[in-house]
Design a protein around this ligand. Structure first.
Ligand code: FAQ
Length: 321
């Protein structure tokens, strides 16, 4: 979009209709909207909602795998897992920074998460009882995240799109480490293979739910796609994920828990069974297996570490004066 408008004297500012036309032209030309550009309030609100939800997902998403940091089976696995969980913290930080360019306040967003006024991905409300869960999260959850996020590198909002580039590179690495871990377990004992299959059985359907409700029940999709925030519909991305993952499952030697999963000769894509959307709704309503635990921990992290923020703020003030 052209030069910033808000810092010009009022008399020189284009009227709202002209600004809207300029915004529409930028979107139509597939160019980026930048923080100092004028944007409709609905566009700003939608971005803050999605980016905050995404940031919260990265931060809450550290918990399920983080549970295994002290119990990883070797020093090598512990180092790998620690690096992955740290990457997720970094992704959260890029995303909160992108939200801040829209005028949001990070502490306020965290409060909204803890007060359950903002969402985070449904997938992080499931438990991780075995080490195979760490591998399956890498393979399926990071795999789904990549399918969803690669198109976001072309999102119309500049800071979000740019943040996604690095995030996607790291998620791609995470996906491979998960697959490598599972491959190693599948070459191990019968008990290890059973552990991998059990984890796949538990994570498959929740992974499909990560993409959001079906298109005909997705209130935000049409507008978000018209604004170029989202580039593909929820169902299209879910289908891409299935098409990408089924051959990987065959190489791994696991069975995906869906008897209706089969290639469709007409489309060349995989047909799959019905998703249990009542489970998704229950998880979003706060009644998943781990919702309370995830929020309680996030709240404790905020409260227990408040003194660090206060000390850093006091130190920064001291050096300003
Ligand atoms: N969970 O109208 P739509 C990761 C909500 S990062 C919870 O279709 P939209 C990395 C939605 O917010 C994973 N809520 O909404 C990692 C809306 O509610 P609202 C996170 C969901 O925004 C890996 C309502 O349902 N990724 O995994 C979910 O157009 C491993 C209606 O839905 C992102 O956030 C859900 N699954 O499309 C970390 C990517 N789905 O806000 C650790 C960016 C929908 O109106 C370990 N986000 N809802 O109250 C997006 O692409 C979109 O926001 C969608 C939803 C596609 C998630």
């Amino acid at each position: 979009m052209s030069a910033p408008t808000l810092d010009r004297p009022a008399a020189e500012r284009p009227d709202e209709a002209a600004l809207q036309r300029q915004f529409d032209a930028t979107i139509a030309a597939d160019r980026r909207i930048e923080p100092r550009d004028w944007m409709p309030e609905g566009y700003r609100r939608t971005l803050v909602r999605q980016i905050a939800q995404h940031a919260h997902s990265e931060i809450i998403g550290m918990q399920p795998e983080g549970d295994w940091l002290l119990a990883a089976p070797s020093m090598r696995r512990k180092a790998i897992l620690l690096a992955k969980v740290q990457d997720e913290a970094g992704h959260g930080l890029y995303l909160y920074s992108a939200a801040e360019t829209l005028g949001a306040d990070r502490a306020d967003l965290t409060d909204k998460l803890i007060e359950r006024r903002q969402k985070y991905s449904s997938i992080f409300n499931y438990p991780t009882p075995t080490y195979a869960d760490v591998g399956v999260i890498g393979w399926l959850v990071d795999g789904a995240a990549i399918c969803n996020q690669v198109p976001l590198c072309r999102s119309s909002y500049g800071p979000y799109a740019r943040a996604m580039i690095r995030v996607c590179k790291e998620e791609s690495f995470h996906q491979r480490q998960g697959y490598e871990l599972l491959m190693t377990m599948m070459r191990g004992t019968d008990a290890q293979r059973a552990m991998v299959q059990d984890a796949v059985d538990r994570w498959w359907w929740p992974s499909l739910m990560m993409f959001g409700p079906p298109d005909d029940d997705s209130p935000n999709s049409a507008q978000s796609m018209a604004w170029g925030i989202k580039r593909h519909s929820n169902d299209e991305l879910r289908q891409r994920f299935v098409d990408m993952t089924v051959p990987q499952a065959a190489v791994l030697g696991v069975t995906l828990p869906d008897q209706e999963l089969a290639p469709d000769p007409e489309t060349g894509r995989y047909r799959f069974g019905a998703i249990d959307w009542s489970e998704f709704k229950q998880v979003l309503a706060g009644h998943g297996p781990c919702n309370d635990e995830r929020i309680a921990r996030r709240r404790a992290a905020r409260d227990d570490n408040a003194w660090v923020t206060e000390a850093a703020t006091a130190y920064a003030r001291k050096h300003e004066s």
